[in-house]
Each structure stands twice: as C-alpha cells, then as structure tokens.
Design a binder for this molecule. Structure first.
Ligand code: KG4
Ligand code: ZN
Length: 341
C-alpha cells in the first residue's frame, strides 16, 4: 500500500509517500520559519496562504522523489487536526480532492499520532506497548501506548508546552523564532550552574508539567541584567537544563507507573541534544530502552502523516472497513489525542 501524506497544520508544508512493504519512498518539505521570523511567531493567515502556494508543487516533488506517478498511489492521508484551522483546511482540501479524483480511500490523521508513531520510522523500531513523551511547540504529554489508537494520557502540561517554554525563553534572551534550536546552540557555550532557575513541579508526585513559572523566572533574571555574552549562554544552558531535567524525571516516573520497559520520545523538542543525553543516561541506569525519531523527522513533516495514515488504512483494510472515496472533509483544530480510537 502506497500512501501520500500531507502535513499542513502549522508552519511546515510536508509531503511524503510511505509504502507498507518498502518503507518511506520519498518526501518534500517547506518550512515557513523565515517568513514568520520577523513577526516573532506564526501568523495564521500567512501560513494558510503559503500552504496554498506550496502544496501541489511539493506533492509533485515528493512523487518524483519516490519514483512514482500519482496513479501509483493507493490512498491519501492528511492532517485533520489539531492545528490552525485555515492551515489544516489546505491539506485536507487537497488530500480529499486528490483521493476523490483518483477514486482511492482518503483518511484524516491526528497530528500528534503522527509524531507519536514517527520513532517507528527508524531502522530499529520499538515494538508496542511503550510509554511516549510527546514534546512539541503546542504539547507536552506522557502517554501509555498499548496499541494503534490505544493511547492513555498519563500526564499533561497545565500551562505552557515544553517547546513554548524554549521559544518564550529564547525570545527573552533575544534569540529568533523558533527559539528552541537557537537556545540549544547558545547553551552549548554556557557554563553549568552559573544561574539557578526553578524546576517546576519536579517534586510533585503526579506526572503533570507546568512551564509558565520558568518563563517568569527567566524574565526576572533578564530584567536584573545578564552581563556578558558568556553569561547569556550560561542562562540559556540553565533554561535548557531546567526544562530537560523535568521532562526526563517525569518520563522515568511514567515508565514506573505504566510498567513499560520502552520509552519513545517524539515532537520537535525530541531533537534537543541535552534531552537525548539525559534520557540515554537514565535508560542505561534504569535498564529501559529509549527511542527517538530520526532527526529529520522530529519536527513537522509529511512522512509521519503518510506513515500513520498507512497504518490506519491497513488496520481498516484488515477489518474490511476501508473508508469510502471521500466526497467531503472536516478539520478539527482542537482534538485531544486520547479521544482517538
Ligand atoms: O513538533 P513541532 O515541529 O511543531 C509542533 O507541532 O509544535 O515542534 C516545534 C517546537 C518548537 O517549539 C521548537 O522550538 C522546538 O520544537 N524545538 C526544539 C529543538 N528543535 C525544535 N526545542 C529544543 N531544542 C531543539 N533542538
Ligand atoms: Zn508537530
């Protein structure tokens, strides 16, 4: 089964073809980061218009990269939610129209399920069940993954997401958008323990997170004055340490709760070097396995949508319930992952 995946929920237009027999065949991606940077964040209307401009040329590019023509596709998958309504509508409209024109099944995919399953695109994928730490610009969740579509929420953020904490702290430090990667690069030159920021909810017994207090602490420190460029790097390092320490400690605690021996980390923040190091060390110490997506698939992309769509269509085909050729579509800008079946 060869499935074209379309991702357009935020500021990346991602197209890819996944084949259930041969794996990922080809992909094409455009990031709007440069366009949004001068506004300090994503401008939804600009995002939608750019998706409109890019989606068809990128679909052609992904097909060419795969060595396929459009007639070779067995189905189309697109991101149905959550995300920006106008941006989602672009991918859904193109995906459903394409499926209708080809007379093939089409399926709307949950963006976070795409992230969640993306580590399975690695060479040595983890078997289910596993516990997942999902850390992106909009989400920070711990989930028990018992099987495809069987996701139990273990912990969530009460306010800012981990990626948001990176982005907002980066902005306070005068770094561009998105701040996560830039802050992490600056942190590499920092001196440990030069500053001390709070580890929000670290010692609370539950698995929930809160990151808005951290941002306030960074703001207070910046207002007091940071000093030299090397101090700025040290503060960046402390921000990175505070966020990744809380994430790592709670992820290990979640494994104890779920009883799983495997941890999967996904979403944009899973690219973070310090988070990977901490979880790698914890895995060695505690004897569990840890999996990350291939670096190129950490942030938004079409491959994870093609892959999740292919697994979904394959499961439905086994049940003799392949969806009909679509003659309409919906998007769900708000769509909790644990509402999936
Ligand atoms: O999953 P993603 O591409 O988009 C959402 O669905 O939100 O995640 C984007 C987030 C941004 O907040 C970005 O700053 C963060 O992931 N991010 C990082 C790194 N790379 C991306 N944060 C920390 N360190 C990184 N290396
Ligand atoms: Zn995402």
């Amino acid at each position: 089964m060869r499935i074209l995946g379309i991702e357009s929920s935020c500021d990346e237009t991602g197209l890819a073809v996944y084949c259930t027999e041969r794996g990922l065949l080809g992909q094409a991606l455009h990031s709007q980061v440069d366009m949004h940077e001068r506004y300090g964040g994503v401008v939804p209307e600009l995002a939608s218009r750019d998706h409109v401009r890019r989606v068809v040329p990128l679909a052609r590019q992904a097909l060419a990269d795969s060595g396929l023509t459009i007639a070779d596709l067995d189905g189309i998958a697109w991101t149905e939610g959550p995300g920006l309504a106008g941006a989602l509508l672009v991918g859904a409209a193109v995906g459903a129209s394409l499926a209708w024109a080809l007379g093939r099944p089409g399926i709307g995919v949950h963006h976070l399920e795409g992230h969640l399953l993306s580590p399975l695109l690695a060479d040595d994928p983890p078997p289910m069940p596993f516990t997942a730490l999902l850390v992106s610009g909009g989400h920070t969740q711990l989930l028990a993954v018992e099987g495809l579509g069987r996701y139990r929420l273990l912990g969530d953020t009460l306010d800012d997401a981990a990626g948001e904490a990176f982005d907002k702290s980066a902005k306070l430090l005068g770094l561009g958008y998105p701040g996560g990667p830039a802050l992490s690069r600056l942190a590499a030159q920092g001196t440990p323990a030069r500053f001390r920021l709070p580890r929000p909810m670290l010692n609370d017994p539950g698995l929930d997170f809160s990151f808005s207090g951290l941002k306030t602490a960074v703001r207070t420190q910046v207002a007091r004055g940071i000093g030299s460029e090397s101090d700025r790097a040290s503060l960046a390092l402390e921000v990175e340490s505070a966020i990744t320490e809380v994430l790592a400690v709670k992820a290990v605690r979640a494994l104890h709760d779920s009883g799983h021996r495997r941890l999967v980390v996904a979403g944009g923040v899973s690219a973070n070097r310090q988070l990977r190091e901490r979880l790698g060390q914890a895995a060695q110490r505690e004897g569990f396995g840890v999996w990350f997506p291939p670096p190129a698939l950490c942030t938004d992309n079409g491959a994870m949508i093609a892959f999740a769509g292919a697994l979904r269509l394959q499961a439905l085909a086994r049940l003799g319930q392949l969806p009909a050729v679509p003659c309409g579509f919906t998007v769900k800008p708000r769509w909790p992952l644990h509402e999936l079946e």
